[in-house]
Write a protein that binds this ligand. Structure first.
Ligand SMILES: Nc1ncnc2c1ncn2[C@@H]1O[C@H](COP(=O)(O)OP(=O)(O)OP(=O)(O)O)[C@@H](O)[C@H]1O
Length: 576
């Protein structure tokens, strides 16, 4: 609830308007039965039509006021709920941006999506119902009970027995629905996970003919979700009939006693009608309030899940007063860097020492799993070193503002990731204000210009989600263009040339490296042909640097490097 109130506080104006509306609605709802009883007792019973007309005018005026109150109430409720939903989504999205890949992996992408959509929607429903009934229902209940006691205390006794039944019922419902809601949300996470995996892995599933297996997996999760939902629905739908049964019983008792009191002339017919109306209000106030209570456990679950995300402290964050300006980077250095993944037993990188100067191309080679990608992921602080430090111009990168640090780096991943939009919008991702000339220049360097030109609309051609309408090589060239247009001080290529044919790879490197004399370039490569010209080649083995040197030196002195070269000589032609 704290979370919801924190967000509600922002919209105090709407809350005050809501209170005014509640006052109008309550006055109207409670005024109408009183006027009706006057019409019956003083107008109809006494055949005084003037009195009837007079009260009818009152009746219509009060009803109009009540209607206005209801409109304002609904307006405040839906607006506040929509605003809170927007704020929550924005805040969750902003928070998730601060998480490291490991933290996202821990929470689970599907779970993050469910929390941003279904959980937030649950809060929207709750806030909107809360606004409509949390204040109005108890006010109505208290006022009606007071009115009943003042106007006909004898009849008040007939409704008292309903209260403990409803309270006990509510208590049981809350207990049962809380557990079920938790299970339902977890099942939904699972459902999203399987759906997501199936959609992204559709090609692998088809290629391995795993459709039926996946179908069964989906059915299992879906069944579990359905069963929990059915149990929850069962409780929900049983509330209404039970409520109407209790309402009818209480009215029956009221009529029974009412008839006796009328006969004994202790109360009038108008009073009984007025009383019946109050009785409806008492019961409906309890019903709306109980609906709120029923939503409460589910909302608590959703709100806890959202809070968990919002209050999660990102591991990678700025220090207090970080450095916000730095000279162009002329040196990147790894000083005794050791790194262990959270939850892993052993470090994957041990005591790495390395210096890279402006204009240098540093390449990393090594067997699969030797720690190459991990090492370069430490530069933009996707993970933080466990021991030692990495420095830019001698300054520990942990002291630099994260935005500043990342603005200095052009990172090109092995798996080129593009976004839904146009070719231009994807290139502009690297530099928002890049001119068309700059984009074309970058495209020429990254060897993507030719294929961009071949597209019907050129730079304005459509790129679909994750760049699925482009080939692997085109995607890679476009993601290199995106980094080149940024003209960063530090380039990081994580096996980014692997989807290119030898010729394009060669031409791209030739064009690129002639333009990176003012930058530091880090390359992870499986193909030695991509890095033979590097200034320094770092050979990694089991997370340790076993040799650093030029290709010619390593081919003579480093056994692991020789083995890699040899294996590639056997399999593919190495361009030495
Ligand atoms: N997110 C992670 N959590 C835990 N361990 C990880 C994670 N990512 C990688 N590892 C482990 O760290 C080690 C180094 O992985 P890394 O991806 O850096 O190797 P690599 O040399 O780039 O391999 P490849 O050439 O196959 O891409 C591997 O043993 C891997 O299992």
């Amino acid at each position: 609830m704290k979370l919801i109130f924190k967000y509600l506080k922002k919209y105090k104006g709407l809350f005050l308007l809501n209170i005014v509306a509640i006052f109008l609605v309550a006055s109207a709802e409670l005024g109408l039965p009183f006027i009706i009883s006057r019409i019956i007792d003083e107008g109809i019973a006494k055949k005084e039509m003037d009195v009837v007309y007079q009260f009818v005018i009152w009746l219509v005026s009060v009803a109009i006021l009540g209607a206005i109150g209801n409109i304002v109430l609904n307006y405040c409720a839906s607006r506040t709920a929509a605003y809170i939903m927007k704020d929550l989504r924005n805040d969750i999205f902003a928070k998730v941006q601060t998480f490291s890949p490991n933290e996202i992996q821990d929470i689970g992408i599907s779970s993050i999506i469910t929390r941003t959509t279904t959980d937030v929607f649950q809060i929207l429903n709750f806030v909107s119902t809360f606004y409509r009934s949390a204040v109005l229902a108890p006010i109505m209940l208290i006022l009606t009970v007071i009115l009943i006691i003042i106007r006909a205390p004898q009849l008040a006794l007939s409704t008292i027995f309903v209260v403990p039944i409803v309270v006990i019922g509510l208590f049981i419902i809350i207990k049962v629905t809380k557990k079920l809601s938790e299970r339902q949300q977890k099942n939904l996470d699972q459902l999203n996970l399987v759906t997501r995996e199936n959609l992204t892995g559709v090609r692998v599933i088809r290629a391995f003919r795993k459709g039926p297996y996946e179908q069964e997996r989906f059915s299992k999760v879906n069944d579990s979700y359905t069963n929990t939902s059915i149990k929850l629905f069962r409780i929900m739908v049983s509330i209404e009939p039970v409520f109407y049964f209790l309402l009818n019983v209480s009215i029956l008792i009221l009529m029974w006693f009412g008839a006796k009191y009328i006969e004994a002339q202790t109360i009038s017919l108008g009073q009984l009608v007025e009383f019946l109306d109050y009785q409806f209000h008492v019961m409906f106030s309890i019903l709306t309030f109980s609906l709120l209570f029923m939503m409460f456990p589910r909302t608590m679950v959703s709100s806890r899940r959202i809070k968990e995300l919002l209050e999660k402290e990102p591991v990678i964050k700025n220090i207090e007063n970080p450095i916000t300006e730095i000279e162009p980077i002329h040196e990147v250095s790894f000083n005794n860097v050791t790194f262990k993944y959270p939850d892993a037993d052993e470090p994957v990188l041990k005591n790495i020492n390395l210096k890279a100067k402006k204009g240098e191309v540093i390449a990393f080679v090594g067997s699969t799993g030797s720690g190459k990608s991990t090492l370069i992921n430490l530069i933009p602080r996707l993970y933080d070193v466990t021991e030692g430090n990495i420095s830019f111009n001698g300054e520990d990168i942990k002291n630099l503002d994260l935005n500043l640090l990342r603005s200095k780096i052009g990172f090109i991943l092995q798996k080129a990731l593009l976004f839904n939009g146009t070719i231009a919008s994807n290139i502009l991702f690297g530099k928002e204000d890049a001119t068309e000339e700059e984009m074309i220049e970058a495209a020429k360097i990254a060897q993507s210009y030719e294929f961009i030109q071949s597209k019907e609309k050129g730079l304005e051609d459509r790129v679909s989600e994750l760049g699925s309408n482009l080939s692997g090589g085109q995607k890679q060239r476009l993601s290199i263009t995106r980094a080149v247009v940024k003209k960063p001080d530090v380039y990081i290529f994580d096996d980014s040339f692997s989807a290119l044919d030898y010729k394009t790879d060669f031409e791209l490197r030739k064009a690129l490296f002639s333009k990176t004399k003012e930058s530091i370039v880090f390359i992870v490569a499986q193909r030695l042909s991509s890095i033979v010209a590097a200034d320094k080649i770092v050979v990694l083995h089991h997370g340790q640097v076993v040799a650093i040197g030029k290709h010619e030196e390593l081919i003579k002195n480093c056994q692991i490097y020789q083995e890699i070269a040899l294996s590639q000589n056997l399999i593919e032609e190495v361009m030495i």
